[in-house]
Write a protein that binds this ligand. Structure first.
Ligand SMILES: Cc1cc2nc3c(=O)[nH]c(=O)nc-3n(C[C@H](O)[C@H](O)[C@H](O)COP(=O)(O)OP(=O)(O)OC[C@H]3O[C@@H](n4cnc5c(N)ncnc54)[C@H](O)[C@@H]3O)c2cc1C
Length: 469
């Protein structure tokens, strides 16, 4: 988004991307291959804390948008008002963001599926309707989805309007240059200015070179974990990496009597709105490997279910995430990143209640049994076993959590006592370095974050152009 706005405004732009640029023909692999090519640490980044969380993020030209599901939300007005109240975030009322959402939704073809819902979506809808809860089919950044079920491994049909197929080519057309396989190791500081970066360039023949690039302005857009890590190892630490947040997610497998064939279709397209923004219930990507990982929590009892995979689908409870975490760059001299997030008591309560509601819903929609990713708890086969989690807390030592939504590690706003950068991403105490990615989002949005990140990124980049005329 940043490169697109700056290139269009006539700036000379160089994009440095650690990952590779893949061709469309490299997309749509199986999960292990897709994760090896397009994810950081093959999709296995640990978040340490009172309950460890498995975290995955993109590492390729186009970043997370290449591997995400493309679910799109505008930031809920209540959340924006809360950011105004708590961070004094300027120009962030719904009316301020609306033009950016409108532009993005048009240019990224944000739209509904527009075809018959697959069986897993229909079963989910049946359950929600039986519970009489409000829900929506979530629009996606997709034009003409063929329901191939490859979202997290790169969409091989090109239907997903990921950055490599949408804004980045436009930026390149406007003169932006790109160096891929190029990991920025450090920003070079002189007093209150950044004069450029030191980066490690990996060539196709396997050789590496440390290069220095001088720049007039630097936008750090490495994502919620790597942006604070890079800034901190460059000696920029004011409120950087001290307030990391995620949406913790608990997955379940639902077993039906009939074939669902979730492995052959796009994931369930609905989200339950009834408990937003604190608790979301939705459908997860399905592959046999993902099912096996979930069942492995209680493998001796559940492994034979793998033979039933055509009758199973995966769903999740995601909570807004009110715990706090930190991002630190490694002290050993290597530029690796340590991530911590401590689940709050509220998170655990919301996950437990969410499991109760999701399980009740799935059973009402025709599921025979629900298998949560929790070690040593019984599968849920009736409403009473489901509903008991409304009042009982899941065992902290047994829950297996994951997340793919991370933010808030460098919050923006006018409250200098708690923010890392001003309302438009300019890092406090520096003249020419900006943050413009998920790290700037002041607090958990409670909805899929891509829309929020892109709307703020566009707003900030345009503000930069305007104020630097
Ligand atoms: C599997 C999956 C599914 C998801 N589904 C959805 C969804 O349906 N809807 C939604 O809204 N969100 C979804 N998300 C989350 C969403 O994709 C991310 O929130 C979003 O992409 C974050 O954008 P970003 O610009 O902050 O960082 P990223 O998209 O992560 O981009 C950061 C880029 O910086 C590069 N980089 C990092 N460090 C360096 C360095 N030192 N030097 C050079 N380059 C560097 C990385 O390689 C990466 O390409 C999903 C995420 C995943 C992983």
């Amino acid at each position: 988004m940043t490169a697109h706005v700056l290139a269009e405004a006539g700036y000379s732009v160089l994009i440095l991307e650690e990952g590779r640029r893949w061709a469309l023909s490299d997309y749509g692999n199986n999960c292990p291959e897709g994760m090896k090519k397009m994810y950081r640490r093959r999709g296995m980044t640990p978040i340490m804390g009172s309950v460890p969380i498995g975290y995955a993020e993109g590492c390729c030209y186009g970043g997370g948008t290449e591997i995400n599901s493309g679910f799109w939300h505008r930031t809920p007005p209540e959340i924006l008002l809360r950011w105004k109240a708590q961070y004094d975030l300027a120009d962030s009322y719904p009316k301020d963001l609306e033009p950016h959402f409108i532009w993005l939704e048009k240019n990224l073809h944000v739209s509904l599926h527009g075809r018959e819902w697959p069986a897993s979506t229909r079963m989910f809808a049946r359950g929600i309707e039986a519970m009489d809860w409000s829900y929506q089919e979530v629009p996606r950044v997709v034009e003409g989805c063929e329901s191939l079920n490859f979202c997290p491994n790169g969409c091989p049909s090109g239907a997903k309007r990921s950055m490599s197929l949408s804004l980045l080519p436009q930026a390149e057309k406007n003169g932006a240059r790109v160096l891929t396989n190029c990991r920025v190791k450090m920003l070079i500081k002189r007093n209150k200015r950044i004069t450029g970066v030191l980066a490690n360039l990996l060539r196709e023949d396997g050789t590496q070179e440390l290069i220095r690039i001088d720049a007039e302005h630097v936008f750090v857009c490495c994502g919620a974990t790597e942006t604070p890590s890079l800034l901190r190892r460059s000696g920029i630490r004011f409120h950087i990496g001290d307030s990391f947040r995620v949406h913790p997610m608990l997955k379940v497998a639902a077993q039906y009597n009939e074939d669902i064939n979730a492995h052959k279709s796009v994931m369930p397209l609905l989200q339950v709105k009834e408990f937003w923004p604190e608790i979301s219930l939705g459908g997860a990507f399905f592959a046999n490997g993902h099912l096996a990982m979930l069942l492995s929590e209680n493998w001796p009892d559940n492994n034979l279910l793998m033979h039933q995979y055509t009758k199973m689908a995966l769903f999740y409870v995601a909570v807004r995430g009110t715990g706090k975490g930190t991002i630190r760059s490694s002290l050993t001299g290597e530029d690796t990143t340590s991530i911590r997030y401590d689940l709050s008591a509220e998170d655990l309560r919301h996950l437990s209640k969410g499991l109760a509601r999701l399980s009740a819903l799935l059973l009402a929609g025709g599921a025979k049994t629900v298998y949560p990713a929790v070690y040593a708890i019984e599968p849920i086969a009736d409403e009473i076993s489901a509903i008991r989690w409304l009042d009982q807390l899941l065992p902290k030592a047994g829950i297996s959590l994951t997340t793919i939504h991370a933010f808030s590690s460098c919050p923006i706003g006018e409250r200098i006592d708690r923010c890392a950068a001003d309302s438009f991403g300019k890092v406090y105490h520096f003249d020419n370095v900006y943050i413009n990615d998920g790290s700037m989002i002041p607090d958990s949005p409670g909805v899929n974050p891509q829309g929020t990140i892109m709307a703020f990124a566009r707003r900030n980049a345009l503000n930069f152009v305007e104020t630097n005329k």
